[in-house]
Write a protein that binds this ligand. Structure first.
Ligand code: TYM
Length: 336
């Protein structure tokens, strides 16, 4: 049986990059397998690595749950849950913090980027932001996962997870399985519409470059029509010389399931105005029904609570024996 797991933070505003970079690839992998065991996780303990307003965080957890459910996950079959409802993550995350050399964490580019960003907002950077990859390793390794579908910005963290697994196994005996990183070809990374060499981000204060999953259709259209392109007028996929146009092509391809080549053949010489308008139509056609489904879930919080409670119980049934095994091997006081 193939095990597939991914996680998303409920902090900030969920955007098209999150959907195309990780939720859809998760579905793609799950649908490809004959008998998958699949996990979709709301990683709220990762969100508190930077300061959150408690009420907003709670609201965003429901919004993320509604987003995951609206994407069509079969929650009776697969496991949808919130990280903080399964205490094994933080427990093993601590063991991994102790095991992980600081020199490994020093190499994490996401930490460096986020540190710079939050310092520019004059916010203190907490220790958790630095040690966060150890918690992410626990998220993955607790479940003996085969594949982790994520956007390319998380590749380094998945590689670190493999290093942590190998280090634990070599010091304490074979315990954890190393997972495979998986990212979809066409939508590997969605960039900021205003600054197309930077990834679309949940935590940017300015949202002109981000298509939020909850943006009204007129806002989506406006953001796409104002997306930064270049002085040329040729629609072509060239991430170095035409990052803005390439980003719009990647988005267009992902929401329509068409290839870049196919879209370039159709729109190559039609000019940017026509092209952008077609991208906006396609994104809206894709997101509008999605938003309706999201709202149906948001209007039924009891149902969402039941789904998440049930998911956490099932997740814990899998993770707990692994937690006890690892803790005992490290010499902690546990009854196996
Ligand atoms: P997070 O919450 O920042 O992002 C969730 C997922 O969305 C992907 N993503 C993008 N993909 C394409 N273009 C973008 N602009 C873009 N922005 C974000 C991310 O790669 C990710 O797949 N550390 C993780 C969460 C995590 C996790 C895990 C993931 C915690 N534990 C275990 C997998 C397995 C994170 O912060 O993702």
């Amino acid at each position: 049986m193939t095990k597939i797991l991914t996680g998303l933070q409920p902090s900030g505003t969920l955007h098209l990059g999150n959907l195309l970079g990780s939720i859809l690839p998760w579905h793609g992998l799950v649908n490809k397998e004959v008998d998958p065991e699949a996990y979709l996780m709301i990683v709220d303990q990762h969100s508190i690595t930077v300061k959150q307003d408690p009420e907003s965080l709670k609201k965003q957890i429901y919004e993320l749950a509604a987003t995951l459910l609206a994407s069509g996950v079969d929650y009776k079959k697969h496991i949808v849950f919130a990280q903080s409802q399964n205490p094994d993550h933080a427990y093993v995350g601590w063991m991994f913090q102790c095991l992980t050399p600081m020199s490994w964490l020093d190499k994490m580019t996401q930490f460096k980027d986020k540190k710079t960003k939050f310092e520019s907002y004059k916010e203190a950077v907490g220790t958790g932001l630095y040690t966060y990859p150890a918690l992410m390793a626990a998220d993955i390794l607790l479940y003996d996962v085969d594949t982790v579908p994520v956007g390319s910005d998380q590749k380094q963290h998945v590689e670190l997870t493999c290093n942590i697994a190998n280090r634990f196994n070599s010091q304490y005996g074979q315990t954890f399985k190393t997972p495979r990183f998986e990212t979809s070809e066409e939508a590997t990374r969605i960039y900021d519409l205003q600054n197309p060499t930077k990834k679309m981000s949940k935590s940017d204060r300015d949202d002109a470059g981000r298509i939020s999953l909850t943006d009204p259709v007129d806002v989506i259209r406006k953001k796409i029509m104002r997306a930064v392109t270049d002085n040329d007028s040729l629609v072509a996929f060239d991430q170095v010389n035409k990052p803005g146009v390439s980003n719009l092509l990647a988005i267009f391809a992902a929401v329509t399931n068409r290839s870049h080549d196919d879209l370039v053949t159709e729109y190559g010489t039609q000019g940017y105005g026509t092209f952008k308008s077609a991208v906006a139509d396609a994104v809206i056609a894709y997101l509008e029904p999605f938003q309706l489904r999201m709202n149906e879930f948001l209007n039924d919080k009891d149902q969402m609570r039941m789904i998440l409670d049930e998911g956490a119980t099932r997740a814990n049934e899998v993770s707990h024996p692994k937690t006890l095994e690892a803790a005992a091997k490290m010499g902690l006081y546990v009854h196996e």
